[in-house]
Design a protein around this ligand. Structure first.
Ligand code: YCP
Ligand code: CO
Length: 285
């Protein structure tokens, strides 16, 4: 299923704020923080196979146990109700809160590590509902940068290369739901609205000026500074540039590979190639 905007849920802001305040005191995991530069990517599991919050790593759940609400969800009555009303629970594998501040996420594909699971249990469709966000929060898929607004329901094609930038200290909190695929059963969202053909509406897309030649040269000028010690900082600069300028398809990984090839530190190129493969091509559980 291609990425598309579905519709909106009418949020009860008072009840939402109350649950968002409560959720901050729950236990969040830092699983997948290796995808992130700057801060962390924290998640809080509200629904999972077996009903245990677990460690947040989706390969560490027993998929043949029936899924259900976790103890966290019992503390968040409004969010539990929102999940019940918005999702087909029969097809729901996971519902998590995802919290990001002041961070960028490495362009990656999800689901790669789930390829060994049988089709009928594997996460296949991902829904996002932003609960706290602002204009400095961006999503990226392929070479499109866009914003999702609070209360909107989106399906994301997590098998395409995507990344995120939260260029603000204000917390961005999304409700993220993963569904199994059931061919022919219709949308797992209980929200009326646009089908796949709606895609990413034009008014959500952020128009980025093309990356100028001088800007590209400045970026490549980081090569002499790029070493294993500075790797994360340089990578983070390249990802941030991607959200402000259009450097063309695969800009982030291409730029990192080009920089790595010019780095005086011999370890950087194999490391970059290894990461590129891990995040975009193949990954074991
Ligand atoms: C995402 N993908 O795209 C998540 C973040 C790693 C997996 C954590 O939001
Ligand atoms: Co992802």
């Amino acid at each position: 299923m291609r990425t598309h905007f579905v519709g909106e849920v009418a949020l009860d802001l008072a009840r939402l704020e109350s649950d968002l305040a409560t959720c901050r005191s729950l236990e969040w995991t830092e699983a997948y923080s290796d995808y992130v530069f700057g801060g962390s990517w924290k998640s809080c599991m509200l629904w999972a196979p077996g009903g245990d919050a677990g460690d947040g790593v989706v390969t560490n759940y027993v998929y043949d146990r029936p899924a259900g609400f976790t103890a966290h969800a019992e503390r968040l009555p409004y969010l539990a109700e929102l999940i019940r009303e918005t999702a087909d629970l029969d097809r729901l594998n996971f519902a998590r809160l995802a919290l990001v501040t002041d961070s960028v996420i490495i362009p990656h594909r999800d689901l790669l590590e789930l390829s060994d699971l049988p089709d009928e249990t594997r996460n296949e469709h991902r829904m996002h509902i932003p609960l706290a966000t602002n204009d400095n929060c961006f999503f990226n898929e392929d070479n499109v940068v866009y914003r999702m607004r609070r209360g909107e329901v989106w399906f994301l094609d997590a098998s395409r290369i995507h990344s995120v930038a939260v260029l603000t200290a204000e917390p961005r909190i999304h409700l993220m739901l993963d569904f199994v695929d059931t061919p022919g059963a219709g949308s797992p969202a209980r929200v009326a609205g646009g089908g796949v053909e709606v895609g990413i509406p034009a008014d959500r897309i952020v128009t980025r000026p093309p990356l100028g030649d001088d800007e590209r040269a400045d970026l490549l000028g980081l090569a002499p500074l790029l070493s294993m010690d500075t790797f994360d900082e340089v990578f983070s600069i390249v990802i941030k540039k991607h959200f402000r300028r259009d450097g063309g398809p695969d800009f982030v990984w291409n730029t990192m590979l080009e920089l790595a090839a010019k780095s005086p530190d011999q370890a950087v190129l194999p490391h970059t190639e290894e990461l590129c493969k891990h995040y975009t091509l193949e990954r074991s559980a």
